[in-house]
Design a protein around this ligand. Structure first.
Ligand SMILES: [Zn+2]
Length: 274
């Protein structure tokens, strides 16, 4: 009994210590993420007569262009494709990725090509200096297409570190994260919010409601996904679902623009500098 008690007490103490440590780590993570939202903001006033919606694709899988892009073209609108050029020709957890020959076609069709780092870096775990090296490397790889420049970025996998936001402001007119909401009031050009469609792939109404809210608030809703395929990965949606979202967006009366153009519209409608 004595032995049992002696060994049990230190074990219990160890367990308490471990759970205290993990609680501390969780709290630390929470405040770091909050810091990512609150620090190094670049304010953009969302004030527009007509609501805005942008369609964005991350990584990007070929089906995003050849299926999703075709759907957008049928409605006479264009999107933004955030590319990690180091993933060209590969198969990843979001499916078969773009090939370099897709890129000129993408631009010819009026889409925007945005940066997603060269190697698809984890935005939180990657040191800000290394993260910046990765966006420079992605731009260098893009020079194969001539003078095309990335103007906007989406953060891969996770929210950015505050110092990464600061560094990205030197390279891009806008940087997009996640957050599952729309941009209203004063948005942060270093960390714009987006709604990932696949997270509501079983509930189109959630997205229709968000599109209606965006119309009422005259906000800027940035939608995001990866593949658009009949049997999508967990990170994509079906062509039918995607088309229903595009139709709903068009019917809401919103202007549908690639991210870089939406930023210009908002800046021009708020010449005060915000
Ligand atoms: Zn990604």
């Amino acid at each position: 009994m004595t032995n049992l008690t002696r060994s049990a007490v230190p074990q219990a103490a160890r367990n308490r210590s471990q759970s205290f440590q993990s609680a501390l780590q969780r709290a630390h993570g929470f405040y770091q993420r909050k810091a990512a939202r609150l620090l190094f903001r670049r304010p953009l006033l969302i004030r527009t007569d007509r609501p805005l919606i942008s369609f964005t694709f991350d990584d990007f899988p070929r089906s995003a262009l050849h299926v999703g892009g075709e759907t957008l073209a049928r409605f006479d609108v264009a999107g933004t494709y955030y590319v990690s050029l180091g993933m060209a020709g590969s198969v990843t957890e979001t499916g078969e990725q773009f090939v370099m020959a897709d890129l000129p076609m993408l631009l010819e069709r009026g889409h925007e090509l945005g940066c997603h780092t060269y190697s698809h870096c984890h935005s939180w775990r990657t040191d800000p200096v290394k993260f910046e090296d990765e966006v420079v490397r992605n731009q260098l790889a893009l020079s194969a297409l001539g003078s095309v420049k990335f103007k906007t970025l989406s953060y891969p996998i996770a929210p950015p570190r505050p110092l990464t936001k600061l560094r990205m402001a030197r390279h891009f007119s806008a940087c997009r994260g996640g957050g599952q909401t729309l941009n209203t009031g004063v948005a942060d050009l270093n960390h714009l919010r987006a709604f990932f469609l696949e997270k509501s792939a079983n509930n189109l109404q959630v997205i229709k409601d968000l599109i209606s809210e965006n119309a009422r608030e005259r906000g800027w809703l940035i939608l995001a996904t990866h593949d658009v395929a009949a049997a999508p990965t967990p990170y994509g949606v079906t062509p039918g679902f995607f088309e229903a979202v595009v139709r709903s967006a068009v019917d809401s009366g919103a202007r549908i623009l690639p991210v870089v153009q939406a930023v210009e519209v908002l800046k021009n409608s708020n010449p005060s500098g915000q």
